[in-house]
Each structure stands twice: as C-alpha cells, then as structure tokens.
Design a binder for this molecule. Structure first.
Ligand code: FPP
Length: 263
C-alpha cells in the first residue's frame, strides 16, 4: 500500500532505486492452502486471504510505476482440484472483478488475461471480456492475470498459430525465428518478466511463462501468499536490484534494472 507510516515499507523504499525497477514482475502466488491449514481453516479461506494479498500487491506495483504485473491465478492443472474448490476460485474471481474493477479502472490499470480462457465458465469469461474492454485504453500498469494457463499449452498454441499462418502464406519459407515465437505467445507485446517471484518456498517454475522467463531473476520467499504484502514486494525488488544480470555473457554483468543497450 506504500504507507508512509509503515516503517518497514519506508525503510525498504529508501533502499530502492525507482529508476531501476523491473519492467515486468511475474508472481507465482503459492501457499493459500497451507496458510489456511495452519489456522485450522478450510482451504478456501486461504484463497480469500490470497485475494486480499493480490489487491495490495496490484495497488503497490501500480503506484511504484511497474509496467506489467503478471499473476498466476489458475493453471491448466488446477482443474484437478476438488470441484468445490474450483467453483469457489471461479466465484472469487468474479467477486474480485465486481468489487475491484472500478478501482483498477480509476488507477489507469489495463487488465489482460492470458491462458486458454475459452475453456473458462461462460459467466467468468463474459465478465473478464467486459473488464478487458473497459480498461482497454488505460495507459498505466498492465495487470496480466494467468487463468487456465500453462506454459507448454501456450507454446503449443503459439506453434499451431504459426503453422496456420505458414499454411495460408504461399510465399512462406517455413523458418521460425525466436521473435516470431514471442509474437505468437499470449504475452505478445509485453516485455519478458525481469523478475519472477514465488511464494511459499517451493523451488519450481510450475509451467509458468516457460519461454518468457529465460533470463528472469528468480526470487523465492518462504512467505505464504496471503502474508505477502507491500513490504514483501519491496524486499523482492531490493534483492532484484542487488543482482547482476549477465544474459548468458561473461564479465561484469549489468546491474538489474539498467536498460539493455539498444532497447
Ligand atoms: C495457490 O495456493 C494459489 C492458487 C491456486 C491461486 C489462487 C489465487 C488467488 C485466490 C489469488 C487471487 C488472485 C487474483 C488475481 C484475484 P495453493 O492452494 O496451491 O496453496 P498450497 O500449495 O498451500 O495448497
């Protein structure tokens, strides 16, 4: 929330160079179930608390001036959870949109959805479509919500889309370049994430943005997602700025956050 009376936030803000923020932060929000379990609450209570954490992180990221924030909200694998939990997550998403959309819009945030959204329940899809339409012209932070998302599924969809175009184009030479793959991903037009955050301590990427995180700095915290707040985000950003990014090269790397030459 970037609250000037919060000492932890103020202290971290002083250590942060606002001119060297990552352009794109991607987050694997993990640990809602464990958070609830530790409190002897049902898992869904953890998801509800997870929404509160998401709201705070979205608002703080937008205020800091981060260009894009991607949140992994529902994976292609998450359908395997009990139906009651899946239904609850879908309801929670609609509730979130209904409550938060005016704030998102007022803060000039643009909502985007990545994933096989065509397979989401119709009412969810409709509300997402409306929200994306409403915020389409907003020029502030891009809030990208990954829903029914899988990194491999995204690559399959990209390759099929490329193959479809090659088939239509009589002149096609049939060569695929890296740029062409990037341009056919759900994230086309967005910068690749500079920073990938994962909560709850697991050292996995869980099929998230597999192509796009090739050079991302990875930050894993033991904090469970519902406890992740503005101070936690600032901590991740401070740690990111202390990293040296080499992009596979030798010698002194670039301090994280410095623009790449030529870009
Ligand atoms: C992981 O916790 C979290 C999820 C399955 C995603 C749900 C995310 C939210 C409800 C946050 C809301 C996001 C938006 C954009 C409104 P888990 O159940 O896997 O936790 P566990 O590993 O401890 O069981």
């Amino acid at each position: 929330m970037l609250n000037p009376s919060n000492r932890a936030e103020t202290h971290l803000l002083e250590r942060l160079d606002l001119a060297r923020l990552p352009r794109h932060v991607a987050i694997i929000m993990d640990g809602n179930g464990r958070w609830a379990g530790r409190r002897h609450l049902p898992r869904v209570a953890g998801h509800r608390a997870g929404v509160r954490a998401a709201r705070q992180v979205i608002e703080s990221s937008a205020r800091l001036g981060i260009e894009a924030l991607t949140l992994y909200a529902f994976s292609v694998e998450n359908w395997r959870r009990p139906q009651t939990e899946v239904d609850f997550l879908m309801r929670l998403l609609r509730e979130y949109l209904r409550k938060e959309l005016p704030v998102i819009h007022k803060n000039n945030i643009r909502l985007l959805v990545i994933g096989r959204s065509g397979q989401l329940p119709v009412p969810v899809r409709e509300e997402l479509d409306e929200a994306m339409k409403l915020t389409e012209a907003n020029t502030g932070m891009k809030l990208v919500v990954a829903l029914n998302y899988g990194g491999r599924a995204e690559l399959v969809d990209a390759f099929n889309s490329i193959l479809g175009e090659l088939g239509r184009d009589g002149q096609a030479r049939g060569r695929v370049e890296e740029e062409s793959i990037s341009n056919h991903l759900y994230t086309a037009g967005l910068p690749d994430p500079d920073l990938l955050v994962r909560t709850s301590g697991e050292m996995r990427v869980s099929n998230f943005l597999l192509w796009q995180i090739a050079y991302a700095e990875i930050y894993v915290t033991e904090t469970l997602w519902p406890d992740f707040n503005t101070a936690s985000l600032l901590e991740a950003l401070v740690e990111y700025q202390g990293r040296e990014r080499r992009y596979g090269g030798l010698g002194p790397g670039r301090r994280a956050g410095k623009p790449q030459p030529g870009l």
